[in-house]
Design a protein around this ligand. Structure first.
Ligand code: ATP
Ligand code: PAF
Ligand code: BAL
Length: 266
């Protein structure tokens, strides 16, 4: 596996190849969810590139940024074992040579005003900025992203439209633990007891209203809830639970760890 820290070196390596490129952007602390994206890329592209970059511009909460798990040595081993071809591990100054004060703005409209956009102001602008920069560096044919971050996929799709990109966005299903917990890098910050309690999210998808879902989370160790919402899976406009197709999304805190998850009922 080739490893690059510099965009220029990554680009000259990729330019010398005429292979189809699949790209998997990550923030590291890799788990089976990320590795499923690598597998998906490898199954349809000739060369798979993964990036590991904890992007400061998408964190609205400085403590969340400081505590974000970093496990680079283990990540590289997992990528190597999975057969990833190239890993890009840039520094903050490599990604943002002119600093982060004045960044490009994306006119995302409605999608940025709801759910994660509402509770994490500026988050999606930061995601668009970094994904756009990474795509310019890698110039992949396909971009692989996980449905655990459902709204992020919709935001990136909009960003690709706004930038007239022809890159194909491939969404991959959420990988869960045997008991149903969505794998997430932030799970590393949960105690064993909190991991048990966090299963209330998966059970909650079976309840018949947002109110019942919220009540159940609070009874099972969650301390606060940003949202439990039922929306149309395409438009993300709110709709009643039970009127298929619908999508339930949740964001809630267990201790100081904020977990998100979602489930579609087609
Ligand atoms: N359980 C999962 N199943 C499928 N894809 C996933 C899963 N977890 C993360 N991904 C995807 O991996 C990519 C990188 O995500 P990221 O590095 O933020 O990991 P994460 O586990 O989502 O971490 P966190 O939510 O704690 O930031 C994203 O496209 C994300 O949707
Ligand atoms: C897409 C991403 C790698 C951009 O930093 C991040 O938001 C993530 O890991 O989902
Ligand atoms: N997986 C989404 C990245 C974030 O929470 O910032």
């Amino acid at each position: 596996m080739k490893q690059f820290q510099k965009t220029s070196e990554l680009q000259s390596y990729l330019k010398s190849s005429s292979k189809s490129i699949g790209f998997v952007p990550t923030m590291g602390a890799l788990h089976e969810g990320h590795l499923a994206l690598i597998k998906a890329s490898k199954s349809t592209c000739e060369l798979t590139v993964c990036s590991i970059f904890v992007n400061p511009t998408q964190f609205n909460d400085p403590t969340d940024f400081e505590k974000y798990p970093v496990t680079i040595a283990a990540d590289l081993e997992k990528l190597e074992a999975e057969g990833c071809d190239v890993v890009f591990v840039p520094s903050v100054s490599e990604m943002y040579p002119s600093g982060t004060a004045q960044l490009k703005h994306y006119d995302l409209g409605f999608i940025e005003t709801i759910l994660e956009g509402k509770y994490r102001p500026g988050h999606f602008q930061g995601v668009c900025v970094v994904v756009d920069l990474l795509l310019q560096a890698v110039q992949p044919h396909k971009l692989f992203m996980g449905e655990k971050d459902y709204q992020q996929i919709a935001v990136v799709r909009k960003m690709l439209e706004l930038t007239n990109s022809s890159i194909e966005l491939v969404k991959c299903p959420t990988v869960r633990s045997g008991e149903g917990l969505a794998l997430s890098s932030r799970n590393a910050r949960l105690t064993e007891e909190q991991k048990e309690q966090a299963l209330a999210i998966y059970r909650g998808f079976g309840l018949s209203s947002e109110t019942e879902f919220k009540q159940s989370l609070l009874e099972n160790g969650f301390e606060s809830i940003d949202y439990v919402a039922c929306v149309d899976p395409q438009t993300l406009q709110e709709k009643p639970v039970g009127e298929k197709p619908y999508l339930i999304l949740v964001a809630a805190f267990i201790g100081s760890v904020r977990l998100i998850d979602n489930k579609t009922f087609a």
